[in-house]
Design a protein around this ligand. Structure first.
Ligand code: NAD
Length: 254
C-alpha cells in the first residue's frame, strides 16, 4: 500500500512521540517527508528510521513558533522538494498550572506553542498550495478541547484546553477560506496516548486521582501512537476526499 505515494508531507515536532509515529506512518505510505523539530539529533534519528524502513525523509531543526525561522525552514523545504502537499501541525504541549496560579507568561507560552506554530506553518505552505489548487492541512487538537478531568484534578491545564479548542476554530475557518483553492483542513483530537513521555504520568494518575484516564475513557485503555498516526494518514489520503473542517476524535469514546 502507498496511499501517499510521491506526496510531499511536512510533520512538525517529529523528533518523538506522536510526531515520530506520524512520520513513520506517512513515510511507509510513500510520502516524501520534511521533518521539523527543535531537537536536531532526535529529528535526524526519526528521518533515519523512516529511511531504514524504505521511505524518504529530510530533517531540519528550528523553532516553529518563530516567524523568521519558519520562513527560513519552509523556504528550504520548497527548495528541496519543490512543493508541499500535506502539512501536519503536530507541535504542541503545555506547562500545566491551575487557573488560579497560572502566570501570564505560562499562558502566553502555551498559546504560542500550540496556536502560533499552527498559524505560521499553515501560512507558509499556502502560496504553493493555492497556486496548485491542491493541499491538505492536518492539525493536532486534543480531547482537552472539552477539558480533561484527570488533568484538571491533577495540575490544571486551562491554557492548553483553550488552545486545543482553538485548533477546532482554526480548521473550521480554514475549510471555508481554503475549499475554493482545493485545500482541505482537518484536525485529529487524541485522547490519552501512551507515548514514552506521557505513559508514566498516566500510570501515576491511575493511583492518585478520583478521575483517572481509565474511568473517563469508555474503552478503558490508553491509545497507542500508531492509532493517531493511522487517523492522520486517513485524513492526509484521498480516502477522506470529501472531509474537511472536521476534528476527528481518536479517544476511545472519551
Ligand atoms: N500524547 C498525548 O497523549 C496527546 C494527547 C492529545 C493531544 N496531543 C497533542 O499531540 C501533539 C504531539 O504530542 P506528543 O505527546 O507527541 O508531544 P511531545 O511533547 O512528546 O513532542 C512534541 C515535539 O515537538 C517538539 N517541539 C516542541 N516545541 C517546538 C517548537 N517550538 N518548534 C519545533 N519543535 C518543537 C519537541 O521537541 C517534541 O519533539 C501535540 O500537539 C499534543 O498537544 C498529545
Amino acid at each position: 500500500m502507498a496511499r501517499l505515494k510521491d506526496r510531499v508531507a511536512i510533520v512538525t515536532g517529529a523528533a518523538q512521540g506522536l510526531g515520530r509515529a506520524i512520520a513513520l506512518k506517512l513515510g511507509a505510505e510513500g510520502a516524501r517527508l520534511a521533518l521539523l523539530d527543535m531537537q536536531a539529533e532526535a529529528v535526524a534519528e526519526t528521518a533515519a528510521l523512516v529511511k531504514a524502513a524504505g521511505g524518504e525523509a529530510v530533517a531540519w531543526s528550528g523553532d516553529v513558533t518563530d516567524e523568521a525561522t519558519v520562513t527560513d525552514l519552509f523556504g528550504r523545504i520548497h527548495a528541496h522538494y519543490g512543493q508541499v502537499d500535506v502539512l501536519v501541525n503536530n507541535v504542541g504541549g503545555s506547562r500545566n498550572m491551575k487557573i488560579w496560579e497560572m502566570t501570564a507568561e505560562v499562558w502566553d507560552f502555551t498559546i504560542r506553542l500550540n496556536l502560533r506554530s499552527a498559524f505560521l506553518c499553515t501560512r507558509a505552505v499556502l502560496p504553493g498550495m493555492m497556486a496548485r489548487k491542491s493541499g491538505n492541512i492536518i492539525c493536532l487538537s486534543s480531547g482537552a478541547k472539552e477539558g480533561t478531568p484527570w488533568t484538571a484534578e491533577d495540575t490544571g491545564a486551562p491554557a492548553y484546553s483553550t488552545c486545543k479548542a482553538g485548533i477546532h476554530g482554526f480548521i473550521r475557518d480554514l475549510c471555508w477560506e481554503l475549499s475554493p483553492y482545493g485545500i482541505r483542513a482537518n484536525a485529529v483530537a487524541p485522547g490519552p496516548i501512551g507515548t514514552t513521555k506521557n505513559a508514566p504520568l498516566f500510570a501515576s494518575q491511575e493511583e492518585r486521582l478520583v478521575h483517572p484516564p481509565s474511568r473517563m475513557v469508555p474503552m478503558v485503555r490508553l491509545g497507542q501512537p500508531h492509532e493517531i498516526a493511522d487517523a492522520v494518514c486517513f485524513l492526509a489520503s484521498d480516502e477522506s476526499s470529501y472531509i474537511t473542517g472536521v476534528t476527528l476524535d481518536v479517544a476511545g469514546g472519551r
